[in-house]
Ligand binder design. Structure first.
Ligand code: ADP
Ligand code: MG
Length: 331
């Protein structure tokens, strides 16, 4: 684990992203999808922050807002202490951010042009970002990286359709590594893979982290996968952060009921908590104009009247451990 006193590599402060809902009538009140709301967290160099929550909880929107792929509604983002909100920085700085902060998606195939050789597709951004001064230099580096991730250098001259899901994800990793990133967002990067391939790619992520001194924000809907690689876990529900804690802290009574439900689905018999499977009823509700109380109240097995009336604040319940629940005890 990293030393916490240093400057965070990434910091979000009250970051909010709302999407306006298309009006059906002109006089209708403007409604918003509260995709990510008042999100604050820090990531330290060398650490892996996991972000977990059901589909629709705002994880991808949060990542896209941080990377300025969509404009923020309010709040701030800091990278190495510098305000980079919406990437409102100089052109040179923007170019640096676009290479130092990378994103690896669920399906790299979707972003690989089927008609372009893999090597050329990867070489292009390298030359653009000045990570290689010539095509030959880019090729040499890419072939080396292909070997690092367990592929043949000859993959350089092949086409995306020739590869399996796991191989494509390795190619996606090479593409991210090629521009010398410091921080990588992995958004459901192993979710589409078979369990055995998933484990291989997770191991690869882990070893690359050491080798290239990387920091990850590892996003996924499955806590069983996310906790495998994460030092700390941030739990999101309906656009809000419900809990942030080191995974090892998620054992006692101070756990958010939503996290508790997610944990109960993690197959790990050593933790007593998991004896009872907590099944959440229904689906995550709509993020359009969410109710005033706790975002989780409709599905919470601990909910009391106050939960429907008043939104709980984030409380510090232990070292590095914050929970948004009326019943969490500050300590
Ligand atoms: N471009 C968009 N326009 C409108 N609503 C969106 C858009 N992108 C995401 N949303 C909504 O924002 C919420 C969060 O979505 P998303 O960030 O994809 O969640 P997750 O990645 O956790 O599954 C969802 O209600 C989704 O429908
Ligand atoms: Mg997503």
């Amino acid at each position: 684990m990293s030393e916490k006193k240093e400057t965070p590599i990434l910091k979000a402060e009250h970051l909010t992203k709302m999407f306006p809902v298309k009006k059906r009538k002109l006089i209708e009140k403007q409604r918003y999808v509260h995709a990510a709301e008042d999100v604050s967290f820090e990531v330290y160099p060398g650490e892996v922050l996991g972000i977990v929550g059901e589909s629709g909880s705002g994880k991808s929107t949060l990542a896209r807002t941080i990377l300025a792929l969509t404009p923020s509604t309010s709040g701030q983002v800091f990278y190495q202490g510098e305000d980079i909100t919406d990437f409102k920085v100089s052109a040179g700085e923007k170019r640096r951010l676009r290479s130092e902060i990378q994103m690896i998606f669920q399906d790299p195939y979707a972003s690989l042009n089927p008609k372009i050789k893999i090597g050329n597709a990867i070489a292009e951004p390298m030359l653009l970002h000045g990570q290689a001064s010539s095509y030959a230099e880019a090729k040499e580096k890419i072939q080396h990286l292909l070997e690092v991730v367990g592929l043949q250098p000859a993959v350089f001259d092949r086409y995306p359709h020739e590869f399996s899901g796991g191989q494509r994800q390795r190619i996606g990793i090479v593409r991210a590594l090629a521009v010398n990133p410091k921080l990588i967002f992995c958004d459901e990067s192993v979710s589409a893979l078979d369990v055995s391939v998933q484990a291989q790619i997770l191991n690869l992520f882990q070893s690359l982290k050491e080798q290239f001194h990387l920091t990850y924000v590892f996003i996924g809907h499955d806590l069983a996968v996310v906790r495998y690689i994460s030092d700390r876990v941030m739990v999101m529900y309906l656009g809000k952060v419900m809990e942030i804690a080191p995974y090892s802290e998620l054992t006692g009574d101070d756990i958010h009921p939503y996290t508790r439900a997610l944990l109960s689905a993690v197959p790990e018999p050593s933790i007593a908590l998991h004896k009872e499977r907590i099944l959440l009823e229904g689906d995550i509700p709509s993020a359009v104009d969410p109710p005033a109380g706790c975002r989780f109240c409709q599905r919470c097995f601990m909910a009391k009247p106050i939960c429907f009336e008043q939104e709980p604040d984030m409380k510090t319940v232990g070292t590095d451990h914050c929970v948004r629940c009326h019943f969490a005890k500050e300590g």
